[in-house]
Structures are given as C-alpha cells and as structure tokens.
Design a protein around this ligand. Structure first.
Ligand code: NDP
Length: 258
C-alpha cells in the first residue's frame, strides 16, 4: 500500500447494503475489516430496506463521480422492489470491483478484462498457487450462476481447461463429475458432492456456503467423505471465502490504478 500511495494511488471502496439481511451484514463487515487491515479507505452506506430504486441509483451516481472512491460494491441480494440489473448497470464499469456490469462480463468473455469477479478469480488463484495447471485437464463446474458458475467456467477455459458446466437439468451428474481432474462445486446445497462423485486424485474446490442442520457453516462438498480420495480440497470455512475478499481488495487497488 505504501508503494501505491507513493505513486499517488489511494484506493477507496464504497460498500452499499440495503436492508438487514444477516448474511449480507456479515459479508459487508468482513469486507470493511479487510480494507482496514491493509489500509484501503472504505465507507459503508447502510440503507433501510424501504429505500427506493431511485434513491439507490442516486447514491450510485454520486459515488461514480467521487474521486476518492475507486470501487463501488452493492451487496446482493437487494430487496425485491429494486431491480438488481438496473442497479448493476448504474455502476461505472471502471469502479465495478465485483465485475458484474455487462461491460465487464463481456470483457471477461473476450479475455481482455480490467476486473475478474472475486469468487471465480479467488478459485483460479488457489489453483495457481497450489501449482496446478488446468491446461488440457477435464474441468467440471457444478452451477451456472452469473456470479460464480459461468465466469468460473470461462476462467478455466482461458486457462486452457476442457470445461463442462453442470446445472439442475444435467443428467447423470455423478458420471460427469467423476470425469473431473478439477471439480468446482457452486451449487448452494450442503454435502451435495459425495465421494462417489469424485475421481481418485481430483482437485476439489468448494465454493458453497451453506448452513447444515446444526446451523454450522459448510460447503457443497462432503469434506470428510471426499478428502482422502482427492489430491487437494478446499475447506469451508477457510477456503474460497477468504480468497473472494482478497480478490475484492485486489480489484479495488486495480480500480484506483485505472
Ligand atoms: P445460485 O443459486 O445462483 O446457483 C446455483 C447453481 O446450482 C444453479 O446453476 C443451479 O442450476 C445449480 N444446481 C442447483 N441444484 C442442482 C442440482 N441438483 N444438480 C446440479 N446443479 C444444481 O448460487 P450461486 O452461484 O450464487 O452460489 C452457489 C453457492 O456458492 C452458494 O452456496 C453461495 O452461498 C456460495 N457462494 C460463495 C461465495 C464465496 O465467497 N465463497 C461467493 C458467492 C457464492 P440451475 O441454473 O439449473 O438452477
């Protein structure tokens, strides 16, 4: 950070939260904490659940113009009466540190991007830092959401993996996942990926963040059942989650550089 500041680069992140969803509150607090830890200026805009779409858009327009704010993040989900698409479109693509704006989504598709969405980028960083090269490998992503599954598949493709995307209509799912050298689970169901769905020696990345019957945070993978079968596996908590925050910090610095 000191090096950046010496170059006149002062990253600043504005985090918007609308309503009082407890999970969103935890995520926003973690993001603010990470900013404080590494010396990024951050400000929180906590708006009541009854905030109108117009009021939210007006705040975003103001943040778009403020020089000390390099990144803007609007925590999802938003209350039902606010259109998420309209809100994401209002964020200046150069401040879109979540990389959800269609301009940034398109750039990722082409492979010429300023920002990568934080969770898939964090997964790629984990893979790279573990010395694993997806090139030529069978990569299977379970989940096709716009924020995780689809961009994850695209990033694995950019890394020259042979990529398959699975979803709720996939037939013979276990047959497909058993082909995976690299298996990414982004489903949102506790213990969904069981040992019989995993190839011996596979790399298993668990994006899921779920609560089990006891209310404990857990992923999509049956960690205990799978861990002895695979070459590498990420735990939940303590795996992809912290990487998502680290990538948000990276994007905020990148936004300041831009
Ligand atoms: P979504 O609910 O948007 O997407 C879930 C995907 O799983 C969908 O594509 C759905 O298919 C697919 N799916 C559901 N049931 C099945 C099934 N039986 N077989 C195969 N596929 C199925 O979730 P997100 O992508 O937003 O999030 C996924 C998980 O990752 C959640 O647990 C979320 O909390 C977590 N998450 C974690 C983050 C982190 O930082 N660690 C960040 C973001 C999310 P279809 O499209 O057909 O409905």
């Amino acid at each position: 950070m000191e090096g950046l500041q010496a170059k006149g680069i002062h990253p600043g992140l504005a985090v918007i939260i609308v309503g009082d969803d407890p999970a969103s509150r935890v995520y926003v607090n973690n993001k603010k904490k990470a900013c404080a830890e590494i010396g990024i200026y951050s400000e929180e805009h906590a708006l009541p659940a009854e905030t109108t779409e117009g009021e939210l858009l007006s705040l975003i327009r103001t943040l778009n113009t403020r020089k000390e704010i390099s990144g803007i993040l609007c925590q999802l989900p938003l209350p039902k009466h606010i259109c998420e698409e309209t809100v994401l479109l209002a964020i200046d693509p150069k401040k879109d540190v979540d990389a959800f704006h269609p301009v940034n989504v398109g750039k990722i598709m082409i492979g010429d991007y300023d920002f990568l969405p934080c969770t898939p980028a964090g997964v790629m960083e984990l893979i790279r830092e573990s010395g694993i090269d997806p090139a030529g490998k069978e990569c299977v992503v379970v989940g096709r959401s716009n924020i995780v599954g689809k961009p994850q598949a695209m990033l694995l493709l950019h890394a020259h993996g042979t990529v398959t995307i699975c979803h709720s209509r996939t037939q013979n799912l276990a047959e497909v996942t058993r082909r995976a050298d690299i298996l990414v689970a982004a489903v949102g169901r506790a213990n969904f990926i069981t040992a019989d769905m995993v190839k011996e020696g596979a790399v298993v990345i668990d994006v899921g963040m779920n609560r089990n019957a006891e209310g404990k945070l857990c992923g999509d993978v049956d960690f205990e059942g799978v861990k002895d079968k695979c070459a590498a596996i990420t735990p939940v908590p303590g795996g992809v989650g912290p990487m998502t925050i680290a990538m948000l910090m990276k994007n905020t610095v990148r936004a300041a550089q831009l």
